[in-house]
Ligand binder design. Structure first.
Ligand code: NAD
Length: 331
């Protein structure tokens, strides 16, 4: 079977591709395990050479998800699954409303229509976010059944995507599943336009010996999930029996809540255990970022994910150590 990952050369897309390569098989449209003979990473930007951890089964294609014909050409087999991750992220969506609508809404619709056009019931896994929640009536702890009242354009587009996945599945157009992600850490490489970017930067920059400038105060709390278990969530939800998911196809992934202070203490502990000298951490609040972050849920519960066996992190320190093992090979 073929796997298409949109946003495939992004942080989670690449790690998902690596996990699928390691597995070798995935549940096909019939539900039976099928050998994965091709993984297509579709993204606006692709690197010059295939990133580490991938092999000849993987191809990369550059293009724009908001171009309907391009997207239809990606979904060119019936024995196919699509992981739809391509997205304008939260900070980017606040800066450019029209771009967020075009990429997230129109792009999502193209992906869903392309999967609908296939014979059979291809599995489609959509990457949503706890940014679908927000506003003054948001409860302290959000979960699978919390009302979606997003307070960003990004969150709006994710909420609409979730509802579309539910309805396309109800109509029998495809077999959809939505992973509703908390903030995922630790993203390697450079900071991105997500308002949550500091939740990776607070670990990554100091571990690289560079300065981290924090745009929020240290008592700010964040719900976080490590990237290995985020990928396990994508794979696990793809593999789950449709009947076990039920009519609401969106599942909140597990997370742990940490203050920024706890993140700083954690990176100090793990750096010391690995003999790494940390770069400095400076607090310089940015009102625009603080306003977005203040609107996010700090705690979530994930009973449906737990019932489906989707894993949570063992500890904050474990994720920091995973990052050092996976992304700092020369250390
Ligand atoms: N990482 C997180 O903390 C987090 C949290 C909640 C939800 N999510 C969602 O998970 C998904 C993956 O997140 P990520 O952290 O890997 O983000 P990312 O920014 O690393 O990856 C998204 C990819 O989408 C691509 N993209 C953007 N516009 C495009 C376009 N017009 N056409 C084609 N590709 C385009 C980008 O180039 C990027 O590589 C996204 O949908 C994101 O909204 C992520």
């Amino acid at each position: 079977m073929k796997i298409v990952i949109t946003g495939g050369t992004g942080f989670l897309g690449l790690n998902l591709a690596r996990a699928i390569i390691k597995r070798g098989t995935m549940a096909g449209p019939s539900g039976r395990q099928e050998e994965v003979d091709g993984i297509l990473l579709f993204d606006q930007v692709i690197p010059d050479r295939l990133p580490d951890g991938l092999d000849s089964r993987v191809t990369m294609q550059a293009g724009d998800i908001s171009d309907r014909d391009t997207v239809f050409a990606l979904v060119d087999r019936d024995d196919i699954s699509v992981f739809h991750l391509a997205s304008v992220v939260s900070g980017g969506g606040e800066k450019d409303f029209d771009l967020a609508m075009r990429v997230n809404l129109d792009g999502g619709r193209h992906v869903f229509e392309a999967a609908r056009a296939r014979n059979g019931l291809p599995r489609v896994v959509f990457a949503s976010s706890v940014a679908v929640f927000g506003g003054s009536a948001m409860p302290k702890v959000v979960g699978d059944t919390t009302k979606q009242t997003p307070q960003t354009t990004y969150g709006l587009t994710k909420a609409i995507g979730e509802l579309m996945v539910n309805d396309y599945t109800r109509k029998g157009f495809f077999d959809g599943r939505t992973v509703r992600l908390p903030t995922i850490f630790i993203r390697p490489g450079k900071p991105n336009a997500a308002a949550s970017s500091f939740a990776s930067g607070v670990f990554r920059e100091p571990l690289n010996g560079e300065e981290c400038v924090l745009p929020v105060r240290t008592d700010v709390q964040m719900a976080l999930l490590g990237y290995r278990n985020a990928v396990a969530g994508f794979v696990g939800l793809h593999e789950a029996e449709g009947a076990a998911i039920g009519d609401d196809r969106a599942v909140v992934l597990p997370s742990g809540t940490y203050t920024v202070e706890e993140m700083i203490e954690g990176v100090k502990r793990v750096a010391a255990a690995n003999d790494i000298t940390l770069g400095p951490i400076t607090v310089r609040p940015d009102p625009a970022i603080e306003a977005i972050v203040a609107g996010w849920a700090t705690h979530s519960e994930a009973p449906r994910a737990e019932a489906l066996g989707l894993p949570n992190d063992e500890s904050l320190d474990r994720v920091i150590q995973d990052y050092i093992d996976d992304f700092m090979p020369t250390h």
